[in-house]
Design a protein around this ligand. Structure first.
Ligand code: BJW
Ligand code: ZN
Length: 237
């Protein structure tokens, strides 16, 4: 069985990372929906860099939760038949053991040089214009996808959606495109669709099945059920 899983901020909420649109999702009075644009960065780069510096630093203080770990177990069982697409810029899926992860909105721990187009692992601050390790230019920004920019690896994601048997959306509000359209794309291909979310989302009625509850409970239960139903166990070798 080929499965595509899409995760959003809700999968990392129980690790202690704030979501974007739930109560408490604001940062120092700034709406992330406003901060996350190239226009905001051009107008006030320090404000935007501080926003991402703070979130990058926070990653060192959080750990993957049971939902991340369950998805890593699912990859152990399904191997290449699972594609995990995340909108999250954190690295909690990888730290739980997932390897086939597409970060369609980029990664916090990577800096992108807009002078030479190089990408560099980054754990510290980007605020004081550190030089690019590749070309020396002081033009590093977080390697994240803002509104108006094109998400990463769209062709790979569309190919996987085109070819899967099951699409599962976990902890995302379903308001940001193109991810919000994946369920429609999957449905048009006759794919079975499942949503796991704490609450009703904008897209809940689109799914064949929509379950309510915390990701740390719903995801392990779904993964164990799927593995039992398909007889999938850890892939050896
Ligand atoms: C739990 C839980 C628990 C909580 N357990 N669940 C008009 C119409 C249609 C589209 C557009 C339009 N105007 C503009 C657009 C396009 C625009 C867009 O979608 N805008 C909308 C707002 C209208 N999109 C873009 O610009 C994108 N680019 C694009 O479209 O390019 C064109 C193109 C596409 C494809 C091919 C070719 C060309 C880019 C979008 C970039 C989004 N970037 C951000 C910031 C990333 C960096 C950062 O992290 O700061 O991505 S915005 C932000 O939203 C972030 C997230 O990944 C994304 C989605 O948020 P998410 O994950 O859903 O979080 P929340 O907070 O919204 O929801 C949390 C959910 O969890 C809730 O449902 C809770 O219930 C649940 N939950 N606790 C389970 N314990
Ligand atoms: Zn450079």
């Amino acid at each position: 069985m080929r499965v595509v899983v899409l995760t959003g901020a809700g999968v990392s909420a129980e690790s202690g990372l704030a979501t974007f649109r739930d109560a408490g999702g604001l940062w120092e009075g700034h709406d992330p929906m406003v901060v996350a644009t190239p226009e905001s960065f051009a107008a006030d780069p320090d404000l935007v860099q501080r926003f991402y510096d703070a979130r990058r630093a926070e990653l060192a203080r959080v750990e993957p939760n049971a939902a991340h770990r369950a998805l890593a177990r699912l990859e152990d069982a399904l191997g290449d038949d699972l594609l995990l697409v995340t909108q999250n810029v954190d690295d909690l899926h990888e730290r739980a053991g997932s390897r086939r992860v597409v970060h369609m909105h980029g990664r916090l721990r990577v800096a992108w040089c807009t002078a030479c187009d190089g990408r560099h692992d980054w754990t510290g601050t980007l605020l004081d214009l550190p030089p690019c390790p590749g070309c020396g230019a002081e033009r590093l920004r977080p390697d994240v996808v803002w509104f108006g920019e094109i998400p990463y690896e769209m062709e790979r994601i569309e190919d996987a959606l085109w070819d899967c048997d099951l699409f599962v959306s976990i902890g995302t509000s379903g308001v940001v495109y193109p991810a919000a359209a994946f369920v429609q794309y999957a449905l048009s291909r006759g794919v079975t669709t499942l949503e796991l979310n704490l609450d009703v989302s904008d897209a809940s009625t689109d799914f064949h099945v929509s379950r309510r509850g915390p990701a740390s409970e719903l995801v392990p239960a779904w993964v164990e059920g799927l593995m039992a139903a398909t007889g999938a166990g850890p892939v050896s070798g």
